[in-house]
Design a protein around this ligand. Structure first.
Ligand code: MG
Ligand code: MG
Length: 250
């Protein structure tokens, strides 16, 4: 069931989104060569807690950390680790959720560690720009498939592939609500978007094959060919005037 939020609920969701976006920005400022993904997770955890919220991902279906930290060929759901150190030239996707006053925010961003290859930068740019292009068209009256189509077209026309096994989603009292928001689809298909809907749009874009494997830890999702993947996500609210990005930092 797709829930529609009241303006009072949207204020609370902006509060959750602000903390989520702030935690991501703090992560971006902290990232440096030699840092462990465990230490990066601590930065995010401490930011969220210091702002009176709870990390949405911690213990979610048993996930052991506050953020998903996914390096290079890890697409999503990377588990932070004391032994995994960031290296110059890595790209690192950080996915964060914050829960406060009964509502969640959900946002992700891929960061560069030092200087990265032009190929890695181009993949990151395409992924981020496809998210912004989708947000641009999100307004009452269109359908979820219109958003999906924009993301797919943007990335595939640049030679990238779209992960199909994982999708965006509604956000609210639950971290994952209806509807599903795939990064592939047809214009004019899927649920109609109305005022008060809150969705997370989250392109997961691969340099090579769209196929992914889940590691035996049950979480870590890697590209099947070992090539790079990027991930950007915002939680947005649909207003009469278009989309409001709830997870922008101040
Ligand atoms: Mg997320
Ligand atoms: Mg999400």
């Amino acid at each position: 069931m797709i829930t529609v939020k009241t303006s009072n609920e949207l204020l609370k969701m902006r509060k959750a989104g602000l903390i989520t976006g702030g935690a991501l920005r703090a992560a971006g400022s902290a990232i440096h060569e030699g840092m462990s993904t465990y230490d990066l997770d601590r930065v995010i955890h401490d930011y969220i807690v210091a702002h009176g919220a709870k990390p949405s991902f911690l213990h979610y279906n048993g996930f052991p950390a506050s953020a998903c930290i996914s390096v290079n060929d890890t697409v999503i759901h990377g588990i932070p680790s004391k032994t995994e150190k960031l290296k110059k030239g890595d790209i690192v996707s950080v996915d964060v959720g914050a829960y406060i006053d009964g509502y969640h925010g959900d946002s992700a961003k891929t960061f560069a560690v030092g200087e990265i290859s032009p190929e890695a930068q181009a993949l990151m740019d395409s992924t981020e720009q496809s998210l912004m292009a989708a947000i641009e068209i999100a307004k009452p009256g269109i359908r979820i498939g219109d958003i999906s189509h924009v993301v797919q077209e943007y990335n595939e026309s640049r030679g990238y592939s779209v992960v199909r096994q994982f999708v965006g989603h509604g956000v609210g009292r639950d971290l994952h609500e209806d509807p599903e928001v795939p990064n592939f689809g047809k214009e004019g298909h899927g649920p109609r978007i109305v005022v008060g809907m809150v969705i997370a749009i989250e392109p997961m874009i691969n340099e090579g094959t769209a196929r992914v494997n889940i590691l035996p830890d049950g979480w870590t999702v890697k590209t099947a060919d070992g090539k790079l993947s990027a991930h950007f996500e915002h939680t947005i609210a649909i207003t009469s005037g278009g989309a409001q990005i709830l997870t922008l930092p101040d």
